[in-house]
Design a protein around this ligand. Sequence first.
Ligand SMILES: C[S@@+](CC[C@H](N)C(=O)[O-])C[C@H]1O[C@@H](n2cnc3c(N)ncnc32)[C@H](O)[C@@H]1O
Length: 212
Amino acid sequence: MDSVINCLEAGVEGKRTQFQEGFDAFATCHGLTDWEGWFSPYDEETYDLVLQNVGPDDVVIEIGAGDLRLALQLAERARRVYAVEVNPLLVSAALQAIGFDLPRNLLVICANALDIAFPDDITVAVLLMRHCQHFGRYVDKLRAVGCQRLLTNVRWKSGVESIDLTRPGVPFGEVSEGWYACRCGAVGYVGQGERSDTPPVEVIDCPACRPV
Ligand SMILES: C[S@@+](CC[C@H](N)C(=O)[O-])C[C@H]1O[C@@H](n2cnc3c(N)ncnc32)[C@H](O)[C@@H]1O
């Protein structure tokens, strides 16, 4: 496994296809804006935070799986992993590097995650994509198939939070003081800073959700 990951790491520059001719049209075709379609792997610390939250009974979907380096590590821990990546150049280069070392429980899907039906056996979703513009749509799709947890860096931009998808959020109006994190992907603080050390409240309709 280490040698495969080293091989993926060695070829990382060639996989930054966002700088290749034709990429902008591809991103437009898929509705990927504001660097959402750019590939850049995260660091080992971030991956460890994800891996710590995955167990042998889990069925994982990784949305935006990049060059599959995290998906390979997830497949060592979980029952099954669905790795969804929109970029065909990235997927083909990764599969070429992995070759016959591709584990049987790792199912690689080259598609736009917004276009496909999510499998109904997933328990955990991984979304490492700080520039994600479709957070709310992913949350809705995951809840619709009964996925229980979402491990992501989308909302707070650093670290990895584990969102309990089985608990619906509360109306934004119920937060009088403190941090909130919304289903739409926005985060913020309500009040004068008197409760800045308390965990965020999960809300469903923050000001960023509302049409202007
Ligand atoms: C910042 S990279 C992170 C890759 C990987 N998660 C990692 O940590 O190594 C984000 C990836 O998400 C992919 N992506 C973005 N939007 C997507 C979508 N709608 N469907 C599938 N993949 C998507 C991009 O092509 C890119 O490879």
